[in-house]
Design a protein around this ligand. Structure first.
Ligand SMILES: [Zn+2]
Ligand SMILES: [Zn+2]
Length: 343
C-alpha cells in the first residue's frame, strides 16, 4: 500500500510523494493522520535556516493529530482511538534528561525532523517512542485541528512555567503570531488580570478574543510608554514570542522590579542584540528561555485542550494534503493564523 507524504529531499525541496505506508513492527503503532498544523519552524526547516537534527528525506510535520490505525505485536492500544504524540524522543539517560530537561536532551530525536512526521496520510510511532510513553491517547475527542495544537501549546507551557504567571499578574506578550496568541490564552488561564499583546494590527482582534485585556500595534518607545501607563510599575512577566532582535532589550525595559522575562522565540541563528544588563541587575529580573516540551507538557496540553482551553480560533486555514504547496505558501505569506493540512 502507498500513501502521499510531504518529503523534504533538500533545501527548498519539499515534495508530495507516493511512499509505502509504514508497517507497525513489534511495539509500534500506526496513526492515520487527521490533521497537521504547520508552523514557522517548518518554513525554517524547508529553507535550510534550521538544519540541526533534520534528516534529508524526512516526512515533515511535527504538530499532528490522528487515530490509531494499526498496532504491532505487544501493543495494548485501542485501534480507532484518537491520539497524538510528544514529538521529543529523548535518551532519558544523559545528564540533561536526568536533570528533568528531556526536551533538551543531548541525543534528541524529533518527529518531523529526524523521525517521519505528520504531513502524510499515515505516521509510524516507533518502538522507542512507544516505550517512552510518547503516544497520548485522548479521553475526550477533540477536533483534529485542535488536538494538533497540543504540540505548540506544550512548548508554550514549558515557557510559561518559567515565568510562572500568578493570579492577578500583569503579563506582556510581544508578538501575536500563533505562539504569541497561545501565550495570551495560557496567561488568561493562569489568572493574569492584565494581559497586553503587542503585534501587527491584523492580529489585535484575535489577541483580544483569546484573552488579551489590551492589544496594541505600538512599537518602540511608544509601546514602552503605553505599557508603563497600563501597568504603572511595569509587567510582572514579559514573554518574547517573536524572534525580533529589537525586542531583546525592550523586554527587559518593560518588566517590573523583580519581574520575569522569557525569551520564548528563537532568534536568527548567530545573531546578537545589545541589552542594558543593568536592567537585570538593578531590577533583579529573572531571565529564562524555552525550547521544545517534555512528554508531561504534551499530556498537560491535551488535558487543557480537553477541558476548556479554547484556542480553536487559532486555526484559520485548512487545506487537503494535495494542496501542500498552497498550504505552505499561506504560512509564508501569513495569510491567516495557523494553517492546518488534512491528509
Ligand atoms: Zn511547530
Ligand atoms: Zn538525554
Amino acid at each position: 500500500m502507498t500513501m502521499k507524504a510531504a518529503v523534504l529531499d533538500g533545501i527548498d525541496q519539499l515534495r508530495l510523494k507516493d511512499v509505502a505506508v509504514p508497517e507497525p513492527g513489534p511495539g509500534e503503532v500506526l496513526l492515520k493522520v487527521e490533521a497537521n498544523t504547520i508552523c514557522g519552524t517548518d518554513l525554517r526547516i524547508i529553507s535550510g535556516a534550521k538544519t540541526a537534527g533534520v534528516r534529508p528525506g524526512v516526512v515533515l510535520g511535527h504538530e499532528f493529530a490522528g487515530r490509531i490505525a494499526a498496532v504491532g505485536d505487544g501493543v495494548d492500544a485501542p485501534v480507532g482511538a484518537q491520539a497524538t504524540c510528544s514529538i521529543v524522543v529523548a535518551c532519558l539517560k544523559c545528564d540533561t534528561c536526568l536533570a528533568g530537561r528531556e526536551h533538551l536532551c543531548r541525543d534528541l530525536k524529533l518527529f518531523g525532523y529526524e523521525i517521519d512526521g505528520g504531513l502524510a496520510e499515515y505516521l509510524l510511532v516507533p518502538k522507542v517512542a512507544m516505550d517512552h510513553g510518547n503516544l497520548i491517547v485522548v479521553d475526550r475527542e477533540l477536533p483534529a485541528t485542535t488536538l494538533a495544537l497540543a504540540e505548540p501549546v506544550s512548548c508554550c507551557l514549558n515557557g510559561a512555567r518559567q515565568v510562572a504567571v500568578q493570579p492577578g499578574d500583569s503579563v506582556v506578550v510581544l508578538g501575536t503570531g500563533p505562539i504569541g496568541l497561545l501565550h495570551v490564552a495560557l496567561a488568561k488561564k493562569a489568572g493574569a488580570t492584565t494581559i497586553i499583546a503587542a503585534g501587527r494590527p491584523a492580529r489585535l482582534e484575535p489577541a483580544e478574543r483569546l484573552g488579551a485585556t489590551h492589544a496594541t500595534a505600538a512599537t518602540g518607545d511608544a509601546l514602552t510608554r503605553e505599557i508603563a501607563a497600563i501597568t504603572g510599575k511595569g509587567a510582572d512577566a514579559v514573554i518574547v514570542a517573536v524572534g525580533d532582535l529589537t525586542l531583546a532589550n525592550q523586554a527587559l525595559q518593560l518588566a517590573a522590579i523583580g519581574g520575569r522575562v522569557n525569551y520564548f522565540a528563537g532568534f536568527p541563528k548567530g545573531s546578537s542584540a545589545p541589552v542594558d544588563v543593568n536592567l537585570i541587575h538593578y531590577k533583579e529580573l529573572v531571565v529564562t528561555g524555552g525550547s521544545n516540551a517534555r512528554r508531561a507538557d504534551v499530556a498537560q496540553a491535551v488535558r487543557l485542550l480537553s477541558t476548556g482551553l479554547d484556542v480553536t480560533s487559532v486555526v484559520t486555514h485548512q487545506f487537503p494534503l494535495s494542496d501542500l504547496d498552497t498550504a505552505v505558501a499561506a504560512v509564508r505569506e501569513r495569510a491567516g493564523l495557523k494553517v492546518a493540512v488534512l491528509p
